[in-house]
Ligand binder design. Sequence first.
Ligand code: ATP
Ligand code: MG
Length: 173
Amino acid sequence: MRKGLTLVYTGNGKGKTTAALGLALRAIGHGQRVFMIQFMKGSAEYGEIQAARYLPHFTLVQKGLPTFVKKGEPSPEDLRLAREGLELAKQVIQAGEHELIILDEVNVAVDYGLLREQDVLELIDLKPEGVTLVLTGRYASDSLLGKADMVSEVKDVKHHFQRGIPSQPGIEY
Ligand code: ATP
Ligand code: MG
């Protein structure tokens, strides 16, 4: 039987969400079903939203507003969408119909106070044996790191933003 894992991508460098998308592509190549929830994002501008239409067994749902969440001052709508995302994650994990489930930026949602850390940790316990769960985002909590099977920290060495190069389609979104 497949061994499902809990994988975390965190750190302040670029490449966490795209690493998760790379895993999605790999899983799809094996005929696996993938469900990705993007917390704190709500823009169809992202290339992955468009690409999802071309990929079989890949469901991508955004549970956020297109605007930035203010740390310490989330709007009621930010909170509502994050909670919806958590409920959806619960359902999808328990149903066990997807081999790979990605909770993009869920670590930031916890850090920003949109979700309770305990609620996210409990998702890991709900996971059926064969399901792999990926949690991305900066500021992953120590308890999450402790619970995960694999943690990669992406380190910021340099970023083209520092050279004044604005976000590019296919690179940033
Ligand atoms: P990506 O979505 O490109 O894989 P990420 O998920 O690792 O990046 P986040 O922390 O979610 O990055 O940040 C989202 C956006 O912030 C990305 O568009 C990314 O280019 C930008 N970003 C990431 N790391 C840095 C950095 N060290 N300096 C400036 N901008 C960054
Ligand atoms: Mg990201």
